[in-house]
Design a protein around this ligand. Structure first.
Ligand code: CA
Length: 229
């Protein structure tokens, strides 16, 4: 996530045993989490929220109804959380205005990948320029342009996605697994070499091979001059 945009997530979940670890996990990963346990309190708490995680099985209002009413109040992304026993009709969820859904039980990693994907889609659909800037490097998420000191660098779409992901948290060691999930696909089981091949070509094209550092046993991090002590 970009440091400049703190993401406030409204967690709508009546089951404490799910809500508590979920809120803690989101906060550990740098999100702000606001927890409510009913549909009515969700509607009351929507102001200032960037993304909603909405449990469909709520004690007061039907989750689908909450989703529709939230959509009337706000254009924030909504990720629906449903129990495995409930029939999930993706088309119906999308008609209700949901952006994505996860089925319980779900892993935090999967959920965060979806939160990021949904946030990115909604960020790129509004008209404000979204730029990740690190030292001389600028990654423009809206125009898909990469520049170094104003000079543009020609990248393939995957190279761009990889660089954008690294530049979303400059200096941080990002794991191979997260990079593969985030840049390729959550269900991607291809060769791990693909990542190394893309890192190698990215280093070459940027002309600053030292900017993308391998972190032994972890993955990679972006270190432009801006992150150097
Ligand atoms: Ca529930």
């Amino acid at each position: 996530m970009c440091d400049c945009i703190p993401v406030r997530i409204l967690v709508v979940e009546d089951d404490k045993s799910i809500a508590e670890p979920l809120v803690a996990g989101l906060e550990r990963n740098g999100f702000e989490a606001v927890h409510v346990a009913t549909g009515r309190s969700a509607l009351a708490a929507i102001s200032g929220i960037d993304l909603v995680l909405l449990d469909l099985g709520l004690p007061d209002l039907d989750g689908a109804e909450v989703c529709r009413r939230l959509r009337d109040l706000s254009s924030v992304p909504i990720i629906v959380v449903s129990a495995r026993s409930e029939e999930v009709d993706r088309v119906l969820l999308l008609e209700m205005g949901a952006d994505d859904y996860v089925v319980k039980p779900f892993g935090l990693r999967e959920l965060i990948a979806r939160i990021r994907a949904v946030s990115r889609r909604s960020a790129s659909s509004d008209n404000t320029p979204q730029q990740l800037i690190s030292g001389d490097l600028t990654v423009d998420l809206r125009t898909h342009e990469v520049t170094i000191n104003g000079d543009s660098v020609d990248l393939t779409p995957k190279e761009f996605d990889l660089l954008a992901y690294l530049a979303s948290d400059p200096g941080a060691a990002l794991t191979r697994r997260n990079i593969l999930e985030e840049v390729w696909d959550a269900n991607w089981y291809g060769s791990a070499k693909t990542l190394d091949v893309h890192v190698a070509s990215l280093r070459k094209k940027l002309g600053h091979p030292e900017w993308i550092q391998a972190v032994r046993g972890v993955g990679f991090r972006l270190v432009t001059d801006a992150e150097k002590p």
